[in-house]
Design a binder for this molecule. Structure first.
Ligand code: SF4
Length: 159
């Protein structure tokens, strides 16, 4: 899967544009999605995310996706699950301290961010700690609820 991960980082710019279009569609469809019920839609959305983000980005379905901040490099592929920059062990050739056969996800994140530099280097945003209760839930629906100001989305207990 790391091959698709590398490919996605190299193609971060247009993939992010594609994602923005999907997000726009979801926002338009939100009244309908709301009627169906986010809880009911969670599982089907997770399946779709696994088929798209899972394949393209090697996304690990943490339910609180931050790849738009990390140049489309999923930080959950880091063996130490670092969500705010690399550990101190990145090798000189950019590979991972723990898994030398893969590039450090944060080296990839930096490369992806350079391709998205028109967005003002979002990699600099400090990410909150991971909420383990969201693992396995739909990140897209959560993002949609946050964007459309659904107060329930602010509380992980509601998801
Ligand atoms: S080198 Fe990079 S990918 Fe490997 S553990 Fe450290 S931060 Fe994670």
């Amino acid at each position: 899967m790391s091959r698709t991960r590398y490919w996605s980082v190299r193609n971060a710019r247009w993939l992010k544009t594609l994602y923005a279009s999907v997000e726009w569609l979801l926002i338009k469809a939100n009244p309908l999605l709301q009627k169906i019920g986010y809880e009911r839609l969670d599982r089907p959305f997770v399946r779709i995310e696994k088929m798209t983000k899972g394949v393209l980005l090697d996304s690990q379905s943490c339910g609180q996706c931050i790849v738009s901040f990390t140049g489309l490099s999923c930080p959950m592929n880091c063996p130490k699950a670092m969500r705010n920059g690399p550990c101190g062990g990145v090798r000189d050739d950019g590979t991972c301290e723990v898994k030398p056969d893969m590039k450090c996800v944060w080296v990839l994140a930096w490369e992806g961010n350079k391709r998205l530099s028109n967005d003002g280097y979002p990699i600099q945003v400090v990410q909150p700690p991971m909420d383990h209760r969201l693992i396995g839930h739909s990140a897209w629906l959560r993002e949609l609820r946050l964007k459309t100001r659904d107060p329930a989305a602010a509380s992980s207990d509601e998801i």
